[in-house]
Design a protein around this ligand. Sequence first.
Ligand code: GLY
Length: 331
Amino acid sequence: MIDRRALIAAALAAPPLALAGRAAAAPVTLSKPCVISTWDFGVAANQAAWAVLSKGGSALDAVEAGARVPEADLKNHSVGRAGYPDRDGHVTLDASIMDAAGNCGAVAGLEHIAHPISVARRVMERTPHVLLVGDGALQFALEQGFPREDLLTPESRQAWQDWLKTAKYKPAANSEVDTYGKGAGGAANHDTIGMLALDAKGDLAGACTTSGMAWKLRGRVGDSPIVGAGLYVDGAVGAATSTGVGEEVIRNVGSFLVVELMRQGRSPQEACEAAVARILARKPETKDLQVGFLALNTKGEVGAWSIQRGFSYAMADVGKQDRLLPGGSVY
Ligand code: GLY
């Protein structure tokens, strides 16, 4: 059993760190194959991905299998079928997937389909396009045989109706943890699972899936389905994914930035720290928000860093499949 309280207590005991001049943390290195994911719910997702990787399966199959776990989890109000809706009561899902060769697919604002990550993969593999949105994404999913469902669960409906009483929109840091398993009245409003895998052949792949910010404006799209923002993979270098307030990630093309910094020689940890520093430097008020990056290079080195404390990430390789660590943070 993972003692999450002890992990987070250890993270909270650390003093706030100055942004400038802080040395990068020592990198964690996993053996091949391996998979890493954002947040506590990444543990269960990793185990599904590990079932693929440990049998010699591809990183692409692994991240799709893993991402489907939180998408199906009725306790998860930030991803998939139990995700909180927009302010008009519509559950709209965003997802992207990418392989080592640069093939990618994504859907944004997809309604009524519980597994947007699998629709994103079909966009990648069965269309000449990269991103389908809204009604077009739904039409494509239905044509591909995905079942149409009502995704607004009774708990999500109640949480939305509670929110309507005040209708205040303020993204809350770390709500992936705070709303997990909570029923109606869960305070807040984002986010995402990002998964990165390296398979036995040495190929990388990534997946990112979310219901986005709860109570968002209808039509709002975050970073998760935007290749380069919420997810980026370069098979020769590494892969990165993000979580948190998507607008800030899009403004800085965050995951592409992390991968490009790795290409220039930075470790995944150094690259994640530099990307967070870029966001803060360009817009200092982002210090009150949460953005986190997770990165994995072709050597199995891992990086994780966020603006606020409370970010967690999960790892699996042959040694252990249920590791959960607190990510380092600026504040
Ligand atoms: N990071 C997820 C979102 O902003 O929608």
